[in-house]
Design a protein around this ligand. Sequence first.
Ligand SMILES: [Cu+2]
Length: 243
Amino acid sequence: MRRYLGALVTVIVGAAVVVVVLVTLSSAARIPKLFAAPANGNFNLDGANLKHVTMTLQTFPFNPYEDAGWVQKTYPNGMDNGISVPQPGDNQDWVTYWPTTTFQLPAHSVVTIRIENYDSATPLLNDFYAKPQGTFGNTIKVDGKTENQIDPQTASHTFTIHSIPSSSQDWLYVSVPVTGVADNAKTDSFGMPDAPVVTEFTFVTKGPGHYIWQCIDPCGAGFDGFGGPMSTKGYMSGTIDVV
Ligand SMILES: [Cu+2]
């Protein structure tokens, strides 16, 4: 009997250790929240009446929590365009998309994404990504002005949706350059610009599928700027589920 009791205690202690480790890891991990794009009425596209959704995202040169008071001042009620602002998280010096990197979009719908970029330029390594692709008219609006390409030297990030070829889901490829804030722009004492550069683009989703998106600008650390935030999910990359 004693022998069985000893085994039982070992199993219980082992299970408790596993639970403590999992709880500690999950509270320390930066697990991006799901952002389901909010409806924004309908969109008449070539006679078809499609659902229209609009998402607003930000890109920051560092975690905005590093700038004491900025988050409080900019999102006083703790909401960032309909989604609660994330917790401070780790790697605060890394460039990052906000408020999350995990998105859900409706199928067969018109999607408008607006990116408020507070980061400065890191010239593209490949000019291919200086041209918007897969958007309406292969264009973007940069601070309200329609463009079909940007100067690759002024790029700060890209928002590039793609996936591996699969016969079980539609193909979806959308890529836009995100223009950086000018080096001489006015900033606060932490380096946060007073105003972002706003890039807006619109595209149509096809059928349901699971896609990934990432930035292809060398905005990260290490070799060719593709390490750190560029090689860690939740900063410069994430997922898009079309449902
Ligand atoms: Cu980037």
